[in-house]
Design a protein around this ligand. Structure first.
Ligand code: SF4
Ligand code: MG
Length: 328
């Protein structure tokens, strides 16, 4: 099946004072299939949210290509842009910021149905159905956001996103502010919805345990670039990039294995306004060699099958050996 999201060589630049250009996203490529969850992980400032904002056309890219539902979104204007926006929705960390405090829950969810052109006479029923789908009693429709718990508010955000019937939802730290038990409930809800409808998620989080649970594939970002991408088992089971190894060494992640030397993350990430030469991770990488300071490593297939951008990561095993020639 065709990918619902295709990002190719995406670049997002911000201009700072004195003509400084910040390459917030610097040549990122990935795909998301229907029914798939792609996790985007990395420290804050790595460019994760900026990727999502570019996908939603909140931020204009400086280069590259974004296709959503098979459609190049770069040139969309007016009505076409509005139609596109229904394909992709965003759920944010704090629903307080995205829910109107003066608007009742029912009206908030109904708004999504209006965007989608659902006739007035059907909307009350559809609002009840949507609340039910996210596990909320329909009685909450007459309440205001401040009368709900954090988990309930996040369910409302999800109901509103579902209301426009999107193909993909970007969840930007969507469960990060919730208690552990509530977080698990919301993650399970997202999984159930995905199984029912084939929704794709772009799941952005700095929390690797959440990522391990939620994502089918995981992309690790560092200073605006992907440094590793593969399945959860590849990236967490046998990480190949020293940065991924360092992230995993810093927190216990169920099922994650430590490979290679113990890498500890020292210091803060460098400023994206003044990225290091060569491999951007080299000032913090205990394995760095001369080539790391001079030459930028590209993503390449490494041992285990994932892609990683590191000069020293072990290469992929050669293919199966040919059958030995049999003597006549
Ligand atoms: Fe470390 Fe060099 Fe690999 Fe960069 S390329 S992660 S500096 S070993
Ligand atoms: Mg962010």
């Amino acid at each position: 099946e065709v990918n619902v999201v295709e990002v190719e060589d995406l670049r997002v630049h911000f201009s700072r004072r004195r003509g400084v250009t910040v390459r917030a996203v610097d040549g990122v490529s990935f795909t998301v299939a229907p029914g798939e969850t792609l996790g985007l992980a990395g420290e804050s400032g790595s460019g994760k949210s900026t990727v999502a904002r570019a996908l939603l056309r909140i931020t204009d890219p400086a280069g590259g290509r974004i296709r959503i539902g098979g459609r190049d979104i770069a040139g969309l204007r007016g009505k076409n842009l509005k139609t596109f926006r229904r394909q992709m929705q965003m759920v944010y960390q704090d629903p307080y910021d995205s829910l109107d405090p003066r608007m009742k829950i029912g009206a908030t969810v109904e708004e999504a149905l209006i965007v989608r052109g659902v006739p007035a006479r059907e909307r009350a029923t559809r609002v009840r159905e949507l609340l039910d789908r996210v596990g909320l009693p329909s009685g909450l429709a007459v309440r205001y956001p401040h009368e709900l718990s954090g988990g309930q508010r996040q369910r409302v955000s999800i109901a509103r996103a579902l209301g426009v019937d999107p193909a993909v939802i970007a969840c930007d730290e969507a469960v990060s502010a919730l208690d552990v038990s509530v977080r698990a409930q919301i993650l399970n809800l997202l999984k159930d919805l995905q199984e029912d409808s084939g929704l794709a998620y772009l799941f952005i989080s700095h929390d690797l345990s959440t990522m391990r649970f939620a994502a089918d594939r995981i992309a690790i970002m560092y200073l605006g670039r992907l440094v590793e991408i593969g399945t959860g088992d590849q990236v967490f089971g046998a990480p190949r990039h020293p940065y991924t190894q360092a992230l995993l060494a810093a927190v216990p992640v169920p099922g994650a294995r430590r490979t290679g030397p113990r890498v500890r993350l020292a210091g803060e990430p460098p400023s994206p306004a003044d990225p290091p030469t060569g491999c951007a991770f080299h000032p913090r990488c205990p394995l760095a060699e001369e080539i790391c300071r001079t030459t930028r490593p590209e993503l390449a297939v490494k041992r285990g099958g994932q892609l990683a951008a590191c000069h020293l990561a072990p290469e992929a095993e050669p293919g199966p050996k040919p059958e030995p020639e049999r003597n006549p």
